[in-house]
Design a protein around this ligand. Structure first.
Ligand code: ADP
Ligand code: ZN
Ligand code: ZN
Length: 744
């Protein structure tokens, strides 16, 4: 048992680094763990703090370390739970306690934020004029002035009222309390539906949806808390199921967190939740400032809201009585953090739910292989929605062999069949979506004479051609002009290898000169709100064709889209990652699922150079089971996750030589650790990372695979000890990634 406890006394993001060390009295040592709130002597006072770390190493003169007084009496506050969770994250993913704490605890606002607030008149004109007469009679001039202005304008900017009308905050408060006005916050989606009060909800769940809701609610009402996986085809009504579950949980006086990938967190989605739950809902997204995020978390803590919707980080919302966590599109990569601690929101949600006696609901049309494996093994409960609402059929899907097209003399990026169908849609006034699989397709330039590829001088990757006539490195941002002749052999046959979205737009426009085309990719969505604007325009039928990257396949409902074309489906198969088949299947299935969500049935065309590939074939049939059974066989054969667990150790340094030595030594250390184990372990490396140099930092990796996750955690702990204070690792960073989902 540890002898010392490191305690923080102030839970604000900036002060997390500041811990104080206390000795742990032996008689209570068994009850002291990370997250416990304790009383401590602090100067001449007794105050309380939270234990964030246990250690045997004294930080200063032992005789000066005071013992802590004891465990603080009373209920366990929210902070305790989050700190305990941080401890769990640190242990299971590898990071410092500080990095873990900063992940779960929001940053307190430092600066006064600027908000656009608006004052609305709640009364109708007759009522308002009666009030006005009353204020005038009482000579309450400020109140009268504000009301007069509001009768005129109906709504006023808050800052205009306080500065221009010279009305004090107290007056505004008074009118608000009397129910004459409301003050609303425009930013942060707080109330985007100005006049829309919760109108009452009258959608009736169908039988399948009802069954899913009932079986989860039965468990919850019996006090059983599980993880559920809802596997439901696109358009099967999962979102309605989530909302029904939330309504039930709210009725029990509990709160809910809904995780949605940022890219799917559109106005459309948000509105559905607002329409049902009004302003009990709050949204966070990455565009909020730290202060605004902090504010939203405070509102959750004080009971101002019951539902938090947001991407990964919304998981750490400090609700006092959390009942349910929903993770929509659970297969999405964005649930895995790309920086230390590299946690997966799904796993952390399950742990956090366990701590809170809450339940977790995962949902997807194409569950991750990991989750489906867990569902099959009984770790999660599997629930299915196999039919689209109102029994709309899934789109009819064809695969076109691009090699055959070329043989037939068609050199266009659009196959004959796809052109024919697009023509038909244009005639009928229906919409088409063209999806470009950009994963693994970098738009690089190569020389057709000598094979030279234009690469970044700082990173081991090819540069991508951009429309501004420059070559850009996507890892470090390096740019150079597009070469006119080959830098290696001087040949002028140097050219871009694959067409980018913009080029494709031009080609489609040339083929269909009268068609109205919208394009959505990294370049067109760089400015704030442009993403929403494009979606909105397409939704309003301001365009016939939407061309885009994976951005366009996520969770949007365009009822008038009856044709989806996937231009080159196999590009993502050539990424060096054991998830490539899974990603390809998932992208294609989601893309195909965009067609026929309205009254007319949908059609999809998948163009590929590799029509026999099983992920393309199973996506065509929209057959998840067939895909899964082949894929899991492959994982089993090679001991990949989820069958075994995989730890990737990243070793990085600006000094190539130091990095090589550090990686070698670390591999030897791992070898030693593994020798003493009873179970089977596979060790690979050190090897160059897939991208072996980024921004002049050299990167090596070591892979360790074994069945038990905890074995990997032990190995990680030992490596941390080995690296700590070891001079070999002074300028070398060692980081851990458990069961990586991409880019390793
Ligand atoms: P998913 O989340 O599985 O893609 P949604 O919940 O978005 O599915 O439902 C698809 C569409 O069907 C939405 O427009 C939704 O409002 C509608 N819908 C869902 N459930 C029902 C129902 N029981 N009755 C009528 N319409 C429904
Ligand atoms: Zn050349
Ligand atoms: Zn670079």
């Amino acid at each position: 048992m540890a002898r010392y406890a490191n305690v923080i006394v102030d839970i604000s993001h900036e002060k997390l680094d500041k811990t104080f060390q206390y000795a742990i009295p032996e008689d209570i040592a068994a009850d002291i763990h990370v997250g416990v709130q304790v009383d401590i002597p602090f100067g001449s006072r007794t105050i309380s703090g939270y234990v964030v770390e246990l250690t045997d190493i004294p930080e200063y003169d032992v005789s000066k370390i005071k013992p802590l007084i004891g465990i603080k009496a009373g209920s366990v506050p929210m902070e305790s739970k989050l700190i305990t969770l941080a401890g769990w994250i640190k242990r299971n993913y590898g990071s410092t306690m500080n990095q873990a704490l900063k992940t779960v605890i929001p940053i307190k606002k430092k600066t006064k934020e600027i908000r656009k607030r608006t004052i609305y008149l709640k009364l109708n004109e007759i009522q308002a004029r009666e009030k006005l007469a009353l204020f005038e009679a009482k000579h309450q001039t400020a109140r009268a002035r504000l009301l007069r202005e509001l009768i005129d304008q109906n709504e006023l900017d808050y800052s205009v009222v306080t500065s221009k009308l010279n009305i004090s905050v107290a007056v505004i408060k008074a009118l608000e309390e009397q129910g004459i006005i409301t003050v609303s916050d425009e930013k942060s989606f707080r109330n985007p539906v100005k006049h829309l009060q919760s109108k009452g909800y009258n959608l009736v769940l169908n039988e399948n949806q009802r069954m899913v809701v009932d079986s989860i609610m039965k468990d919850i009402n019996d006090g059983c808390h599980n993880t559920y996986l809802i596997k439901g085809v696109t358009g099967s009504g999962k979102t309605e199921v989530y909302m029904e579950l939330i309504a039930n949980v709210l009725a029990k006086g509990q709160q809910a967190i809904v995780l949605i990938p940022e890219i799917a967190l559109t106005y459309q989605t948000v509105m559905r939740f607002y329409n049902r739950f009004g302003d009990r809902v709050s949204i966070i997204n990455s565009r909020l400032s730290q202060g605004e995020r902090y504010d939203q978390f405070e509102r959750a803590k004080t009971g101002d809201i019951d539902i938090m919707i947001g991407p990964r980080s919304a998981l750490f919302t400090p609700f006092p009585n959390l009942g349910l966590i929903i993770i929509d599109e659970e297969h999405e990569n964005s649930y895995k953090s790309e920086s230390v601690p590299r946690y997966h929101a799904r796993e952390v949600a399950i742990e956090y739910a366990r701590m809170n006696n809450a339940s977790v609901v995962l949902g997807s049309a194409t569950p991750s292989v990991d989750s489906y494996y867990n569902a099959k093994n009984g770790k999660y409960k599997l629930l299915e929605l196999n039919q689209r609402v109102e029994e709309k059929p899934l789109p009819d899907c064809e695969v076109i062999d691009l090699r055959q097209e070329l043989k037939n003399g068609n050199r266009s990026i659009l196959s004959e069949r796809l052109q024919e169908l697009m023509e038909d849609r244009l005639k009928k006034g229906q919409q088409t979506m063209l999806f470009i699989n950009r994963r693994g397709m970098s738009g690089f330039m190569s020389c057709r004479a000598c094979g030279y590829v234009v690469k970044c001088p700082h990173c081991d990757v090819s540069l991508s051609q951009h429309n501004n006539g420059r070559m850009v490195c996507h890892y470090c941002g390096y740019e150079e002009p597009v070469p006119v002749v080959c830098p290696s052999c001087g040949s002028k046959y140097i050219s871009g290898f694959k067409a980018g979205t913009q080029k494709i737009e031009q080609m489609v426009q040339n083929r269909f000169p009268t068609a109205r085309i919208l394009r959505m990719d990294f370049d067109t969505t760089r400015t704030k709100d442009s993403y929403e604007k494009i979606l909105q325009a397409f939704s309003n039928r301001e365009a016939d064709i939407l061309i885009g990257t994976q951005m366009i396949v996520k969770g949007h409902d365009f009822p008038n889209v009856t044709l989806v074309g996937v231009l080159a489906a196999d590009m993502s198969l050539h990424v060096s990652d054991f998830h490539s088949a899974e990603r390809t299947f998932e992208l294609l299935t989601q893309a195909v699922g965009r067609a026929g969500r309205g009254r007319e049935p949908g059609q999809a065309v998948i163009q590929t150079y590799d029509p026999d590939n099983f992920s393309i074939e199973t996506a065509r049939k929209q057959d998840y089971e067939a895909f899964y059974s082949q894929e899991i066989e492959y994982r089993q054969m090679l001991f990949y996750p989820p069958v075994w667990n995989l730890l990737v150790i990243h070793i990085q340094s600006v000094n190539q030589n130091s990095n090589d030595i550090a990686a070698e030594k670390l591999a030897l250390c791992c070898d030693e650790l593994i020798k003493n184990l009873d179970e089977r372990v596979q060790l690979v490396g050190p090897a160059d990372a897939v991208v072996s140099r980024v921004n002049d930092v050299y990167r090596k990796v070591i892979y360790i695979k074994t069945k038990e996750y905890d074995t990997l955690v032990d190995i990680k702990d030992n490596i941390e000890k080995y690296v700590k204070d070891n001079p070999l690792y002074k300028n070398v960073s060692v980081q851990f990634d458990f069961n990586p989902t991409s880019g390793f």
